[in-house]
Design a binder for this molecule. Sequence first.
Ligand SMILES: Nc1ncnc2c1ncn2[C@@H]1O[C@H](COP(=O)(O)OP(=O)(O)O)[C@@H](O)[C@H]1O
Ligand SMILES: [Mg+2]
Length: 467
Amino acid sequence: MSRVQNDVSQLQELLTGGVLNLLVNVISLVGIVIVMISMNPRLALITLSVVPVLGIIVVIWQQYARRAFIRVRQAIAEVNDRLQEGISGVRVTQSLNREDVNYEQFDDVNKAHYDANLNAIRLQALMQPTVQVMTGIAYGLLIIFGGQQVLAETMQPGVLIGFILYIQRFFEPVMALTMEYTQLQRAMASGARIFELLDVEPEIQDEPDAIELPRIEGEIDFDHVHFSYLPGLEVLHDIDLTVKPGETVAIVGRTGAGKSSMMNLLARLYELEDNGGKITVDDYDVREVTQQSLRQQIGIVPQDAFLFSGTVEDNIRYGNMEATREDVVKAAQTVGVHDFINTMEEGYDSQVGERGGNLSAGQRQLVCLARAILTDPPILVLDEATSSVDTNAERIMQESLKQLSRNRTCIIIAHRLSTVTHADRIIALESGAIIEEGTHQELLDKKGLYYSMFGAMSTPGLESPDN
Ligand SMILES: Nc1ncnc2c1ncn2[C@@H]1O[C@H](COP(=O)(O)OP(=O)(O)O)[C@@H](O)[C@H]1O
Ligand SMILES: [Mg+2]
């Protein structure tokens, strides 16, 4: 964010004032040099001999300056980062009494920015006196050599006076150009950071010959899938799973077992390695279709319900802009959030606030669920999507889900027994491998992982010990 905001405005400063000034200064410099040389070439060369010296100084200076300017950009980014984190995490900070620690940490970062800036400004300020010293030396050379020629009567005094005036005019644009140059150096530091950002290639790209996935039946196949986020740390081991169209499959497993990872791969939010097996939907490899057409047909309700600032209606309609108000209301009714929305001051036109801050976690989940349903996907994935709603709300949803799952494939990841018992099949995942598979009753009889997670409670509807 810092690159997009601060670095771009740094460039803007250069482009708005700088470029025109640069042009004006270069033209007057060239003009003055031509006039001086035509008046007295020898004297002109002697006085202008300070210019290469200045050039050398600038080249050396630039190496330090560039480093200092880049450091300033990094430091301001860190300040922004801390500030943003501090503000969005203020509740956690307050509840853990971390204000003082955070304040001190912010102070350090802030101080680092201050120091970096001070250093950069010192370097920048060095240029003006340097140019002034050079101007002084040029005057000195002029008086000594020009004065001798006048005394020897080989040059008219008027030429010497003309030179003195021109030297003055000469160093004005030089001074201005050096100032421009420091500005340019600052802008280049920013430019480099902006281009780094622009040059980032998305890791996941459509194949050149990717096809549009036609409307699918909803078959899903994980074919010996291995996957790791970080090299050498495999989180999914040899996952082999076929889900028939229209089937409802529940995936259970402890936190960190790899349930969400499986779904990320299905929607191709992460990429499988070439030797990591294959994932297909209706026999189309997810890597061979366009990401857009794939994701259009997979509705994922994620673990962390994310709402965007805007109205409730905007948020439900997020994935399907063509939906009418009636469609939106119907989706909300289906997931059982309609009554709640009506109690809000402006109903569907109520603002949800930044990240949905005006709603409870459970309400946010329900809105996200309505959002997914509105896109009417052939594959619906609920990734612990109801973990924060109460059992009553969940029961309402269960009913509607039964209807919804009739004509689509459903994958339900849940920690509560009540959510998974009605599934056609239950998959138990442990440390990235499928260890059990069967119906609710079969798995209970097996007395394995599923039994240990849920077995203690034989009555459906009760919460699992995990919760
Ligand atoms: N973006 C990521 N980068 C690195 N490791 C990850 C990432 N996301 C998840 N993991 C790791 O993968 C494993 C499975 O995570 P996940 O699929 O989210 O589990 P869960 O079954 O709780 O949904 C965990 O050990 C987790 O630490
Ligand atoms: Mg998860």
